[in-house]
Design a protein around this ligand. Structure first.
Ligand code: AMP
Length: 216
């Protein structure tokens, strides 16, 4: 399965990509997670990228695209992948289309997850992530079994630094300017399906699963 999840920050792309990846046995590729991991490891890319994501700005396309191209060529992507947070600009989408053409593969579906601004703010301000494995939780919508502790690996749950209110507002502005135009780009390919993602994680998963089954 080759899937792209599009949507504003807080649309629920990460929660869906993690579940779909586990269910279908394909890698969940989150460029945001890749940048955060690289920063933890203090690599050159990680340190350079942090100057952007710490402010809610996009990391430049050349850095992002070369990281993704390398990831696409790794062995585990031969069975498919789920992109979460990539592409985020028209230039990134064009690079992905060209890279997939070179590899002789096609995307099965692009899901546009639509959410209201109110839901976005509620989700992002209540989001907690595992500092060890990166799993996502929410204080109200998706609480862990034991408060502050990851259900999957027992790691501590923390708030992402870019989930602070001013940074969220900047991320939403950047989304409207740079990422929202991708909806038209993918609509023209005939692969785009819109969903109303204001619902619960389980309801959204059910809807995406039905879309994928109808297309297989
Ligand atoms: P995310 O975890 O997807 O919300 O991404 C966190 C941050 O990483 C974003 O706000 C950007 O600064 C950066 N980032 C993630 N993916 C991309 C991308 N495809 N292009 C540029 N910057 C990205």
């Amino acid at each position: 399965m080759r899937l792209i999840l599009l949507g504003a920050p807080g649309a629920g792309k990460g929660s869906q990509a993690a579940r779909l990846g586990r269910k279908h046995g394909v890698p969940h590729i989150s460029t945001g997670d890749m940048f955060r991991d690289a920063f933890e490891k203090k690599t050159d890319i990680g340190i350079r990228a942090h100057g952007y994501w710490g402010q809610g700005e996009l990391v430049p396309d050349d850095v992002t695209c070369s990281m993704v191209e390398e990831r696409l060529e790794s062995g585990d992507c031969s069975s498919g992948f789920i992109f979460d947070g990539f592409p985020r600009t028209i230039a990134q989408a064009e690079m992905l289309t060209a890279a997939m053409e070179r590899l002789g593969i096609e995307v099965d579906a692009v899901i546009q997850m639509n959410v209201s601004r109110e839901t976005i703010l509620q989700r992002l301000t209540g989001r907690r992530v595992c500092e060890r494995c990166g799993a996502n939780f929410h204080v109200k919508n998706l609480p862990p079994a034991k408060p502050g502790v990851c259900d999957y690996c027992g790691g501590g749950l923390v708030r992402r630094p870019d989930d602070e209110r001013d940074t969220i507002l900047n991320r939403l502005r950047v989304y409207e300017e740079r990422t929202a135009p991708l909806v038209d780009y993918y609509r023209r390919t005939g692969k785009l399906v819109d969903i109303d993602a204001d619902k619960s994680v389980d309801e959204n998963l059910e809807e995406i699963t039905a879309i994928l089954e109808a297309r297989s």
